[in-house]
Design a protein around this ligand. Sequence first.
Ligand code: SF4
Length: 70
Amino acid sequence: MHKQIKECKWISTCGFYQKYKDGRDPVLLGFIRQYCKGSCSDDCARKTYHHEHGHAPPDEMMPSGRFFRF
Ligand code: SF4
């Protein structure tokens, strides 16, 4: 059975997604495909950060937990 594809429930308010969804960087678009719009959203490090700190992480934190630098 295929893993169900589901969109992350935070997609409308997530700083990472809102900031980078229209970008062209292939790394970021890959994260968005796998996490924000894919089956990995439950594993997103931004959610763990939010849970542990009580507030959202910086927009530059990627779902992997690393920080994106231009
Ligand atoms: S970065 Fe994480 S919290 Fe934000 S929309 Fe994508 S999966 Fe959800």
